[in-house]
Write a protein that binds this ligand. Structure first.
Ligand SMILES: Cc1ncc(COP(=O)(O)O)c(C=O)c1O
Length: 433
């Protein structure tokens, strides 16, 4: 049932309408709810009633369409999945409209989505090539969990295509390449189109998997650029209000989607109907929110770049970012997250985090309000110190998720927080701005 509903939703909205229209209308009535509700209700139920024993039998045999049990599918979840499908797979070149081949699945968390991909793709003895800078728990999954099942992961800086080609040639049977672009938290960019081309030339079967959490489908659609699987922590921009933990996978390989669905069903990593509904709500306003995140982050990045206490700002929207041109070629905006390196390291960074106003000291990102955190001691603390240093997650690196407040207030809060931090650290003379 799910696939035919997804197919209709995508067919209807896929080529005809723009992003915001698809976000609002795609999938709205696919779940067949029969009340006159204007928006999809929260189907907060564990199980669904069969018309009769014969229908129950047919549903289990996939000879009829309908809902059975929420772990196997739920109307609220399906509506959110259909929306995401229509947003992430919007490219004219992606699929033949006669043969729509993308599908999405929601998971209980971003990490359930990453581990679902790993379980669906990899068997004992397989190799996964992975970006060297990934979210701390993804790193831990690849380094500590997968080896228990006889799966090897090889780490490489995927933003360096020469290095990637060497690693791909050395592992020509790799089942997949997993990476983030932009990376969390160093904001480096991988050329999705070129990397996919190189990988497929060496192994046409290899799946290219992109964690698209930072960019969202509004700014970057990896499936259009040659990737096979897109993953999101919907906890972030997609839900957008810091109120839910969730994940999603979208793929244009129906057979991989079937495997993933099997894992989700057997492992039990489905979202609750209420969480799916929060994600459904978030999707409707995604484009508006992300536009404002981008414009605010750009203003903040430009300001911080001139600040005397800051050594470097990492934001792909800045012309000084080494991959600004590449980012421009595959993204339509640069997102709301940026990182900056303090000239005086952790001692000043921690005083900034303790004294700044408006920015909340908390991990996560993509919420409507601004957050600040320290990757080396928080989100990426699980990565060995020497590796952290090598990949640029230094002790002086601070990450901010720029929210939807007035940009002038955010800039004033950062200036005041930096001045206070300098004073407390006994370095007041560094503030000359
Ligand atoms: C880029 C990225 N991917 C994946 C995850 C994991 O998502 P979740 O926390 O929803 O499990 C995160 C969480 O911070 C993330 O930032």
């Amino acid at each position: 049932m799910e696939d035919s509903l997804h197919k209709n939703a995508v067919e209807e909205f896929y080529l005809k309408h723009g992003f915001a229209t698809r976000a609002l209308h795609a999938g709205e009535h696919i779940a067949g709810h029969h009340s006159n509700a204007h928006t999809v209700p929260i189907y907060q139920t564990s199980t669904f009633v069969f018309d009769n024993a014969e229908q129950g039998k047919k549903l289990f045999a996939s000879e009829d369409s309908g809902f059975i049990y929420t772990r196997l599918g739920n109307p609220t979840t399906l509506t959110a999945e259909a929306k995401l499908n229509a947003l992430e797979g919007s490219g004219a070149k992606l699929v033949d409209p006669e043969n729509v081949r993308i599908s999405s699945l929601l998971f209980t968390s971003g990490m359930a989505a990453v581990s679902g991909i790993a379980l669906a793709l990899l068997n004992q003895g397989d190799t996964l090539i992975r970006g060297d800078v990934v979210y701390g728990c993804s790193d831990s999954l690849f380094e500590h969990v997968l080896p228990k099942f006889g799966v090897k992961s090889v780490s490489v800086d995927t933003s360096d295509l020469d290095k990637f080609r060497v690693v791909m040639r050395a592992n020509p049977k790799a089942k997949g390449v997993y990476f983030e672009t932009p990376t969390n938290p160093t904001m480096s960019i991988t050329d999705i189109r070129e990397l996919s081309r190189i990988a497929k030339e060496i192994n046409p079967e290899c799946l290219i998997i992109v964690d698209n959490t930072y960019a969202t489908p509004y700014l970057q659609r990896p499936l259009e650029l040659g990737a096979d699987v897109v993953m999101h922590s919907t906890t972030k921009y997609i839900s957008g209000h810091g109120h839910v933990i969730g994940g999603a996978v979208i793929t244009n390989h129906p057979e991989f989607k079937d495997k993933l669905y099997g894992i989700m069903k057997d492992v039990g990593s489905c979202p609750s109907p209420f969480d799916s509904w929060l994600i459904y709500l978030g999707l409707k306003t995604l484009s508006l929110r992300v536009d404002r995140h981008c414009s605010n982050a750009m203003k903040v990045a430009e300001h911080l770049e001139k600040h005397p206490m800051i050594k470097q700002v990492f934001y792909p929207g800045l012309p000084s970012h080494p991959q600004h041109k590449l980012a421009k070629s595959q993204m339509s905006g640069y997102g709301g997250v940026l990182a900056f390196e303090m000239k005086d390291g952790y001692e000043v960074a921690r005083r900034l985090m303790d004294n700044i106003k408006i920015f909340t000291l908390a991990v996560s990102l993509g919420s409507v309000d601004s957050l600040i955190q320290h990757p080396a001691s928080m989100t990426h603390a699980g990565i060995a110190a020497a590796i952290r240093q090598k990949i640029g997650i230094t002790d002086g690196l601070v990450r901010i998720s720029v929210g939807l407040e007035d940009a002038e207030d955010l800039i004033a809060a950062l200036d005041a927080g930096l001045a206070k931090a300098a004073e407390l650290a006994g370095k007041p003379n560094v503030v000359t701005a």
